[in-house]
Design a protein around this ligand. Structure first.
Ligand code: ARG
Length: 395
């Protein structure tokens, strides 16, 4: 009997090349699966493309809801920004896609798992490690194994009649509900400003002359309503992506350290993530003690790093999940954002669990904060520093 591989298939250049390669060089039957995480592709077209490539069976799986509730929401709770900038859109989707691949792999009784990742990126790490956490089947990664570059792939695609659209020729794009990553082409020179046509979610020209205000309501760390309107999780993220994008908010351009050691120039459009993480982090600061805030930011950083580097299934990541979940109990309230010509600012917040006390903080009359107590506190607080400075000054 012929060997059978399952491949996560996007319909793009890499995965199309991999289908042909598995069939021709490995003499395998190929089952493809496309997981909808909100990338907004034409799934009928992808399915037709897979069939045209001669796959045995193609699955299309709608995982949008799961993606939001089980991957994006935990990222919001963790204020997850890798290297303070990147909201992990691609990094969050990969373990979910890998899980779906494993489910179908079982059903189809395949003999190998395959993916279209290159050996230079982070996605290979995420796919490999999530797959290895749930299966011992061999993993085939032809782009990596053959050291293929884009030009060679394009040639191979042409030879096999695989059609590639124009955007894909200009940039390498990966997108889902949480963000859009744009790489390659002119962006590979870190000094080149991204051209306007790199962006489709965020407006870069003729921005509105009036600010947009958004009131985001959180319950236990999860966004549940905007401007008083409750929305289901998917709608909420789509809505905020649109709104913030229309105000020019959400472009990230930075130098990123990949897991494999490469420094890369990464450009993202992540309007919804920018707003939700900024708002969530602000609300946390109102309801957490300073000790919680300080410690949690270290946990958040570690969580982001683990997820970025493909360790979604690592026990430490799961332990941190529990800690983070526990911290979200008081994170309920409303945050007001002002979006204007590409800038994003929190301009108000309220919570029934607020630790902010006007009575204590006010510079006005009637505060119950006894300033006299502060004198002794400051002396004790700085005691060792003061002693040390005295000593150094003597020398
Ligand atoms: N640098 C980002 C990451 O590793 C985005 C990569 C997106 N591009 C891609 N072809 N998958 O998550």
């Amino acid at each position: 009997m012929k060997e059978k591989a399952i491949l996560a298939f996007s319909g793009g250049l890499d995965t199309s090349v991999v289908v042909k390669y598995l069939q021709e060089k490995h003499n395998m039957d190929v089952v493809t699966i496309t997981v909808d995480v909100g990338q907004g592709d034409d799934y009928k077209k992808i399915s037709a493309k897979a069939k045209k490539l001669g796959v045995k069976k193609h699955y299309n799986i709608d995982a949008k809801k799961e993606f939001v509730t089980d991957y994006i929401f935990p990222a919001i709770k963790a204020n997850a920004l890798y290297q303070k900038k990147y909201c992990l859109a691609t990094a969050l989707a990969r373990p979910l896609i890998a899980q779906k691949v494993l489910q179908i792999a079982k059903k189809e009784k395949v003999t190998s798992l395959a993916h279209g990742c290159s050996g230079k990126g982070n996605d290979q790490v995420r796919f490999d490690l999530t797959m290895m956490a749930g299966s011992s089947l061999p993993i085939i990664a032809p782009i990596r194994d053959l050291n293929l570059d884009r030009a060679t792939e394009l040639k191979f695609a042409k030879k096999h009649g695989i059609k590639i659209d124009n955007v894909a020729k200009k940039f390498s794009i990966d997108q889902n509900l949480w963000g859009r990553a744009i790489e390659g082409g002119v962006l590979e020179n870190p000094m080149n400003e991204p051209p306007d046509d790199a962006f489709i979610w965020v407006k870069t020209k003729n921005l509105p002359n009036k600010p947009i205000y958004l009131k985001i309501k959180f319950e236990k760390g999860i966004p549940v309503a905007i401007d008083g309107k409750s929305m289901n999780p998917i709608k909420l993220i789509e809505y905020i992506n649109k709104k913030a994008g229309s105000a020019g908010v959400g472009i990230i351009d930075h130098i990123e350290d990949r897991v494999v050691g490469i420094k890369s120039r990464e450009v993202y459009e992540t309007p919804g993530a920018a707003c939700l993480i900024e708002a969530h982090a602000d609300l946390e600061k109102m309801v957490h003690t300073k000790h919680e805030t300080k410690f949690k930011s270290m946990v958040d950083d570690e969580w982001s790093w683990l997820v970025y580097s493909g360790l979604w299934e690592d026990p430490l990541k799961k332990d941190l999940d529990k800690f983070i979940e526990q911290t979200q109990k008081p994170v309920s309230g409303i945050v007001k954002l002002r979006l204007f010509k590409g800038s994003l600012r929190v301009v108000g917040r309220e919570s029934k669990n607020s630790l902010y006390s006007h009575k204590i903080a006010t510079y006005g009359k009637g505060s119950n904060f006894d300033q006299k107590l502060a004198k002794g506190f400051v002396e004790l607080w700085g005691m060792q520093s003061t002693e040390a400075n005295k000593l150094h000054n003597k020398k």
